[in-house]
Design a protein around this ligand. Structure first.
Ligand code: UN1
Length: 506
């Protein structure tokens, strides 16, 4: 029977065993809505990562020699478990990372969607048949696994994002060492139990709990062939730099954003306000695709502002387990401090504050939740200036700027693209020319029209441009990061005939 997070101290899953590992330090999973401890975990060390990488390396040859379909069968077991335990796991996600309950459940749903995509892909044709100049010669593009894949995942999608990385890496024949986020070790533990219950061969999947030091060990080690990372820009850039200096190693990193929504002069304002509210405040602004810049045409600015502010003033912040809640808490006390400093920076830089619910009223805090990490919406308007730090630095919270523009879509795009990031963005417009201009020229990996800029589906590539990423650690593009391609050419005749008219005479 699997273990569940209880009063005891939970360890790491390495080589098919639950082990305490080399470190004596423990850490707590904390419910951000109440401040209570949910469970205690061992903090992994570089020696634990070393053991996990050794197990992954040992397991690789046997795992790669299974068929795609046999490998996918293990994932299908997990798919069923994710579905069967949807309500229970969704609640655990909400309790451990503070997302309101429909988001907790959507996180689990997104995980099984990715498992379905990756495992289903095992029965699809792979590779290409490529013609040759020479009759009797065939070429095929074949893929083979790269080897050991490190997966480092964030707390805000503690079930979905690990499966973005791991389902694909495993079905493609790699072995995996995964470090869950230190804020969501309980979700990490449950996922590891699922792999154990699915009977995946020892060492194919390994999980080490811990912090950045364990993460660094997972990046630096020469046995690692690919690093898949989703998380902050700061860490992602360090990983990309380290890995870039090691020939043969790859990193696909998806980082944050300073995402914007353009509302044009002819926009449907119901859609515009709805999209802006969803994008700015869902997940308490703690999605890497959350919007922090609303770029609104002067003709509709006042009406948009009035409607957006009215909702922001009123939106329900509270207990994530209550269905009526729209926003749960911030993830941790340090993050509340970070959001505060972004709000203060905006004021220092000249923001006109329109909504300041950063400090919630005592009456807004649910009973028994006084120790939660509460923050509410902070909305400001400011005259656009590309040098303002508040318009360029990601807050990762319910902190959003309204920017008024006058002119055509080119002007809106100029403002939209003027950040170091390029993850997600949206345009709200009824004019197909403006929509197409955004599609073609917005500097983003994920572009939306008449929709929020959150809520991507797993079958789309997920990643950004500029400071937001150097790869797509999800869906089809992740396959590129965890496989090598071989151009396989075979002669079916009894003669050797060369291409390009090259003489084969000897
Ligand atoms: C993230 O923002 O960290 O597109 C991931 C979305 C989700 C994934 C978000 N499917 O909003």
């Amino acid at each position: 029977m699997s273990q569940h997070a209880t009063a005891h101290v939970s360890g790491h899953y390495i080589g098919g065993e639950w082990i305490d590992g080399h470190g004596s330090v423990t850490f707590e999973s904390e419910n951000p809505a109440t401040g209570e401890s949910l469970a205690t975990f061992r903090r992994g060390t570089a020696a634990d990562v070393d053991a996990a990488l050794a197990a992954a390396e040992d397991a690789f040859e046997e795992w790669r020699s299974l068929s795609y379909i046999d490998r996918a069968e293990y994932l299908w077991d997990i798919y069923h478990e994710l579905r069967d335990r949807h309500a229970e796991l969704g609640e655990i996600v909400s309790r451990e990372c503070g997302k309101e309950i429909s988001e907790g459940k959507a996180d689990v749903t997104e995980a099984w969607h990715m498992v379905e995509w990756a495992a289903g892909n095992a029965r699809h044709p792979h590779g290409d048949v490529v013609p040759s100049e020479v009759a009797g010669k065939d070429s095929y593009m074949r893929r083979k696994p790269r080897g050991v894949v490190s997966c480092i995942t964030p707390w805000n999608f503690p079930v979905a994002i690990p499966f973005w990385h791991m389902a694909i890496a495993l079905v493609e024949g790699n072995t995996v060492v995964w470090k869950p986020a230190e804020q969501t070790p309980w979700c990490g533990q449950i996922i590891a139990e699922m792999f154990e219950d699915a009977g995946i061969p020892d060492g194919v999947f390994n999980m080490v709990q811990g912090y950045g030091d364990a993460g660094s060990a997972l990046v630096d080690d020469s046995r690692v062939d690919t690093v898949l990372f989703t998380g902050s820009a700061e860490v992602g850039h360090e990983i990309a730099d380290t890995v870039g200096g090691e020939p043969g190693k790859l990193a696909a990193c998806e980082m944050g954003g300073k995402n914007g929504i353009i509302v044009t002069e002819d926009a449907d304002l119901d859609i515009a306000v709805h999209s802006a509210v969803m994008s700015s405040f869902k997940t308490t602004g703690q999605r890497c695709v959350s919007a922090e810049r609303l770029i609104v045409h002067t003709d509709v600015y006042d009406e948009f502002k009035a409607r957006f502010v009215e909702i922001a003033e009123d939106i329900a912040v509270g207990d994530p387990l209550e269905a009526s809640t729209f926003m749960g808490p911030a993830i941790e006390a340090d993050h509340v401090a970070k959001i505060r400093s972004h709000n203060e920076l905006a004021v220092e830089e000249g923001a006109e504050v329109l909504v300041d619910r950063f400090e919630l009223e005592a009456a807004e805090i649910p009973d028994g939740h006084a120790e939660g990490h509460w923050v509410g919406p902070f909305v400001y308007e400011i005259e656009y200036d590309g040098d303002l730090r508040c318009l360029n630095e990601e807050c990762f919270g319910p902190h959003v700027a309204l920017l008024e523009y006058d002119g055509d879509v080119e002007r809106a795009l100029e403002i939209h693209n003027d950040t170091p990031y390029g993850l997600a963005g949206a345009i709200i417009s009824e004019d197909y020319r403006q929509l197409n201009a955004f599609r073609d020229r917005a500097d983003v990996g994920l572009a939306y029209a008449n929709l929020p800029c959150i809520g991507a589906e797993v079958q789309l590539p997920f990643g950004g441009v500029k400071k937001s990423g150097n790869g797509y650690p999800s869906a089809r593009e992740a396959i590129e990061a965890v496989t090598e391609r071989t151009a396989w050419t075979m002669n079916n005749s009894t003669e050797i005939e060369m291409a390009q008219g090259l003489s084969a005479d000897i």
